[in-house]
Write a protein that binds this ligand. Structure first.
Ligand SMILES: Nc1ncnc2c1ncn2[C@@H]1O[C@H](COP(=O)(O)OP(=O)(O)OP(=O)(O)O)[C@@H](O)[C@H]1O
Ligand SMILES: [Mg+2]
Length: 221
């Protein structure tokens, strides 16, 4: 069976791509063979996280690799696609051929937005590229709210503004603003494994929503 690919794309640096990529990879690897491809080299946040995780003897169903350009991405997906359930692509905050390739080969593109206007503005630049790729192959893209402080005015206002102005929907699952995400990233863990109950509920909920989306809504692709 062909792997399902999930790409994390966002032009704003520090938006939360690697946090979502690593938590998804770790959580999905409880049930599936997962390949985590770090396409944000030489920074390599996801690759470092995965290396730490491997050292700690966790996650035998998770493999990881690095990708420097679009050709390498195509080659690595091609080579591994039938041996793995999910491929997670951690993208770079740049409008490059590699970002375009991530959009074209992902069954689902997730665009993390923290609760700041800057991330929404950056998202608008991504739309041009999504529109271009859409001419060749339909792109399914969803916003994922992260660092979301549910009870604040700004979170409410921004999510309303995004719903009104942006052409892509947001996932129902949102990640809150939690130290557990930062700590987990530095330790090769998911926030769920760290024992933070709220973070665990968020990650489990996010993965359940994504699996449902991929099983039903994207079945025809
Ligand atoms: N939901 C969250 N709650 C608290 N901190 C978060 C959350 N998501 C991300 N962070 C923190 O914000 C910082 C940036 O996150 P992350 O590395 O995931 O973003 P990125 O988009 O991959 O950034 P980069 O451009 O550096 O690759 C990290 O220190 C991370 O721990
Ligand atoms: Mg990153």
């Amino acid at each position: 069976m062909m792997a399902r690919a999930i790409g994390l794309v966002q032009l704003k640096g520090g938006a939360g791509r690697s946090t979502i990529a690593t938590n998804l990879a770790g959580e999905l690897a409880r049930f599936h063979d997962v390949l985590l491809l770090d396409c944000d080299m030489p920074q390599g946040t996801s690759a470092s996280w995965a290396a730490l995780r491997k050292q700690a003897g966790r996650g035998t169903r998770l493999t990881f690799d690095t990708v420097y350009d679009a050709a390498e991405l195509a080659e690595k997906i091609e080579r591994r696609a039938d041996q793995t359930g999910y491929v997670i692509l951690d993208g770079a905050p740049r409008l490059t051929e590699l970002s375009r390739a991530i959009l074209s080969c992902s069954d689902l593109c997730l665009v993390p937005v923290g609760a700041s206007a800057a991330e929404l503005w950056a998202t608008s630049h991504l739309f041009g590229m999504i529109a271009e790729v859409n001419k060749v192959r339909p792109v399914v893209a969803c916003l994922v709210w992260t660092r979301f402080r549910a009870h604040t005015q700004i979170a409410r206002k921004l999510s309303e503004a995004a719903a009104a102005a942006l052409s892509i929907p947001a996932l129902k699952s949102r990640l809150g603003y939690r130290v557990a995400y930062t700590e987990a990233l530095g330790r090769g863990l998911t926030a769920a494994e760290l024992g933070d109950r709220d973070a665990r509920l968020e990650i489990v909920g996010l993965v359940a929503e994504i699996r449902r989306l991929m099983r039903y809504d994207l079945r025809m692709r």
